[in-house]
Write a protein that binds this ligand. Structure first.
Ligand SMILES: NC(=O)c1ccc[n+]([C@@H]2O[C@H](COP(=O)([O-])OP(=O)(O)OC[C@H]3O[C@@H](n4cnc5c(N)ncnc54)[C@H](O)[C@@H]3O)[C@@H](O)[C@H]2O)c1
Length: 322
């Protein structure tokens, strides 16, 4: 049985990934320092009786080495990161330290102590910076001026260099704007829904004309499983997203339509984030059979209902950095 080690496996994407990899019959080890304050651990963990969870920092060489020697994972999926661009701006040194030094440390351990045959690095659409064209394919220039995107570009290069030298098959995955229950509450979909539920208002900036490729979590996880199981993914880079761009105004309108009595308020603001849009996912479709299908009209009402269902049980206050 394959053993898969997921760094950052207690986070939003990691928990869904762990659940579905376990369902596919593989053994899962989660390595996470549990710094992300997410509210749904209990629910998902109850569904995962067989996963092994280790609390640790990806920068901790000795602990990581011990874990690799003990469990000998054949597949590593690296999600551990400062995963959010706003947080990265607030703590740039920590972002560099976790996202770049943490990865280098992981590779030092793998070179000393492991029999890894497959490595998946989770990057981001931030690597493209302001999109030069849309949809952005994997050959779009890597032009990020943002610390978060810069660490992801660095991570991609370190991964490719190390894995080629070490004869490990690698895949770089670039998701974007992923939403679903358990995502950081500061991310746009959760944040707007919570504001709509609690304050009866949603704020959009600059008329909400900015575009994102909103991706429902199960669609993304489907893509990850294709990457894990398909030899075509060897030493490749894939955009994994819904593959369609929608404006922030459309998202706000959809939420307001589903939660009665909500006002949309427009404000003017400078842009802190790159101007993005749809990713071109034809490479993942053609080479892996990736087929996302959840549009926001279907996925956002489900998320609204999930957040309404749990809002009395959990603290849904949005972290102060947003
Ligand atoms: N959510 C998205 O929309 C999105 C989009 C593109 C890329 N990504 C990337 O996907 C990955 C997972 O994102 P997510 O949304 O699940 O974020 P998340 O913050 O929910 O998960 C990240 C996990 O990494 C852990 N972690 C952070 N620093 C660590 C450290 N030093 N040692 C060990 N564990 C550490 C956190 O505790 C957390 O559980 C990240 O690499 C992120 O950059 C996410």
């Amino acid at each position: 049985m394959d053993t898969v080690l997921i760094t950052g496996g207690a986070g939003f994407i990691g928990r869904y990934l762990a659940r579905d990899i376990l369902k596919a019959g593989m053994k899962v080890i989660i390595f996470d320092n549990f710094m992300a304050k997410s509210v749904f651990y209990q629910d998902l963990y109850r569904q995962e009786p067989t996963r092994i969870s280790i609390r640790g920092d990806v920068r901790d060489y000795s602990l990581l080495k011990e874990v690799f020697l003990r469990y000998q994972p054949g597949i590593v999926i690296h999600l551990a990161a400062i995963s959010d661009a706003n947080m990265a701006l607030q703590a740039p040194q920590e972002c560099l330290s976790i996202n770049v030094d943490g990865l280098n440390n992981l590779f030092s351990v793998i070179s000393q102590a492991a029999k890894v045959r497959r490595f998946i690095f989770v990057s981001s659409s931030y690597v493209y910076g302001n999109f030069h064209y849309e949809p952005a394919d994997e050959l779009h220039p890597l032009d990020s001026q943002h610390i978060y995107g810069i660490t992801k570009i660095r991570g991609e290069r370190i991964t490719a260099d190390f894995c080629v030298k070490s004869n490990i098959d690698y895949t770089i995955v670039r998701p974007t704007a992923v939403y679903g229950l358990g995502s950081s509450l500061g991310r746009i979909c959760c944040r707007m829904i919570i504001d709509a539920l609690t304050k009866k208002e949603i704020i959009v900036h600059n008329d909400g004309n900015q575009k994102l490729d909103f991706t429902q979590i199960d669609d993304l996880i489907q893509g990850f499983l294709k990457v894990i199981n398909n030899s075509n993914a060897k030493n490749q880079v894939f955009n994994l997203s819904r593959g369609k761009s929608r404006t922030i105004a459309e998202l706000a309108g959809l939420i307001a339509k589903n939660i009665p009595g909500v006002k949309i308020i427009n404000r003017t603001a400078g842009f802190k984030k790159p101007l993005r849009g749809a990713l071109d996912i034809s490479k993942a479709r053609d080479m892996l059979g990736f087929s996302p299908f959840v549009d926001i009209e279907e996925g956002i009402p489900v998320l609204i209902n999930d957040l309404i269902r749990i809002k009395d049980e959990y603290d849904l206050s949005i972290p102060s950095m947003y």
